[in-house]
Design a protein around this ligand. Structure first.
Ligand code: SF4
Length: 435
């Protein structure tokens, strides 16, 4: 059977679709990178915003048009929260809720899940596993679910209670992925900072990251989005190890305390400022990015102005700006004073501009420096050579034109310029010895 897999949304979804692809491949099915060739589609959907559910639906329509006879299996947060709506979409033959996702492959094929002991594909072949997705970093899911009650959050409803994978199991997977050629691991979870709470670990994320650094040789370890609380001084001190990527995504959601209170967030302006100051003192070049929701119910012009001023003060390396949308089942739906769409749009555009300026300011700080780059893809070629692109540890995107394909290598690279999209131009200055 030819299976085409697609995913939307967060890195957790990305890591899940990777492992579903590996399961199908281990059972002997072919992974199709072209939708037209597929007998079966698997779609891992997202429901974090209304826009995300719309994109999930559009993807299903698109796949059905590409191969009308193929069956479509839909999983992920949208499928979990609106199973009847999803089942009525054209071509959809299976709706698999989040708890059943781990056994999706055996549910669809009728064959037991294969024991995947080693991750035995070459990097390039692995990229073909998930269609358009191309990366040389692996997303490792270490945690799922969340026990908090942020009033806007539908993910919590879709993913259930917090639960963590044992440290030894994560280490084993990272060693296998490293042996198979991956250079960078990204630890993912719905509420990564709560890692280990259900296992009775104290400061669980610190324990996990320390164990990975001590017990594996993986050249790069990156943390995906991390709620801005519970980062202990011990965890922050682990960034003394250069293998831990200098990049943190700390979702603030609003820079105004009154709005944060209605969002039932466990942080405040003062706490967030202290956290960022502490991190920057210890790791001055850390890229700190964030998420912001604009137009949350009751966000007046004054609250928004406070939030915007704080966001500017924090000088983020990037902002992901979301316009608030009502998510059924969440507490925020019942709050009074919902904000007009045109106001949300104007606020969103203003913050996007602040984000772009911050991104450029951050990138320009590194022009003239030499940093290791993990090369991820080739986007074309010129007379001078192949256009290689990759990322630094602090998530600067770098392009270099050289006569060879560098994919999946880490090389020391001099950053000689930066375009208006904050893409750095790199010149190779030697290999850093990573094999
Ligand atoms: S901590 Fe994150 S995942 Fe949990 S409820 Fe809040 S926003 Fe949702």
């Amino acid at each position: 059977m030819k299976v085409h897999l697609s995913t939307l949304g967060c890195r957790l979804n990305q890591s899940e679709i990777d492992s579903l692809a590996r399961q199908f491949a281990a059972q002997g099915h072919e992974i199709a990178d072209r939708a037209e060739a597929a007998d079966l589609f698997v779609v891992n959907t997202c429901a974090v915003t209304r826009e995300a559910t719309r994109s999930s639906r559009q993807l299903i329509y698109r796949l059905h048009r590409a191969s009308p006879d193929a069956r479509i299996a839909v999983t992920g947060c949208y499928a979990h929260l609106a199973p009847r709506e999803v089942a009525a979409l054209p071509g959809v033959a299976h709706v698999v809720d989040n708890p059943a996702k781990d056994s999706l492959v055996s549910l669809l094929t009728g064959a037991p899940l294969a024991q995947i002991e080693t991750y035995d594909r070459e990097p390039i072949a692995r990229e073909a596993l998930v269609g358009a997705v191309s990366h040389t970093r692996a997303f490792v899911k270490v945690q799922d679910g969340c026990d908090r009650h942020c009033s806007f959050c539908v993910t919590r409803l879709a993913r259930g209670q917090g639960r963590s994978r044992p440290v030894a199991e994560v280490i084993r997977e990272i060693r296998q992925l490293h042996a198979a050629g991956y250079r960078e691991m990204v630890l993912t979870g719905v509420h990564l900072g709560s890692y280990g709470d259900d296992l009775g670990l104290i400061d669980g994320l610190y324990q996990l990251v320390r164990a990975i650094l001590e017990q594996t040789q993986i050249p790069r370890l990156r943390l995906s989005s991390l709620e801005p609380w519970g980062l202990s001084p011990e965890l922050i001190a682990l960034w003394d190890d250069p293998r831990l990527c200098r990049h943190l995504h700390l979702p603030l959601q609003s820079g105004c305390d009154a709005t944060l209170k209605r969002m039932i967030r466990r942080t405040s302006q003062a706490e967030f400022r202290t956290l960022v100051d502490t991190i920057r003192k210890r790791v001055p070049d850390m890229a700190i990015a964030t998420d912001v929701i604009v137009g949350f119910p009751g966000e007046t012009d004054e609250e928004y102005a406070i939030s915007r001023a704080f966001i500017q003060e924090m000088d983020f390396a990037a902002l992901h700006v979301f316009r608030y949308s009502k998510r059924p089942g969440t507490a925020a739906v019942r709050l009074p004073d919902h904000v007009a769409e045109e106001t949300k749009k104007a606020r969103s555009e203003e913050l996007q501009a602040i984000s772009q300026a911050g991104k450029l300011r951050y990138a320009k700080r590194f022009v003239g420096q030499t940093l290791p780059v993990l090369w991820e893809a080739v986007s074309g070629s010129t007379e001078a050579g192949f256009v290689n692109s990759g990322y630094t540890s602090n998530y600067l995107r770098v392009r270099a034109v050289v006569p060879e394909v560098l994919t999946n290598q880490i090389t020391d690279t001099q950053l000689v310029g930066c375009d208006d999209q904050a893409v750095m131009q790199g010149v190779l200055s030697g290999r850093n010895g990573v094999s």
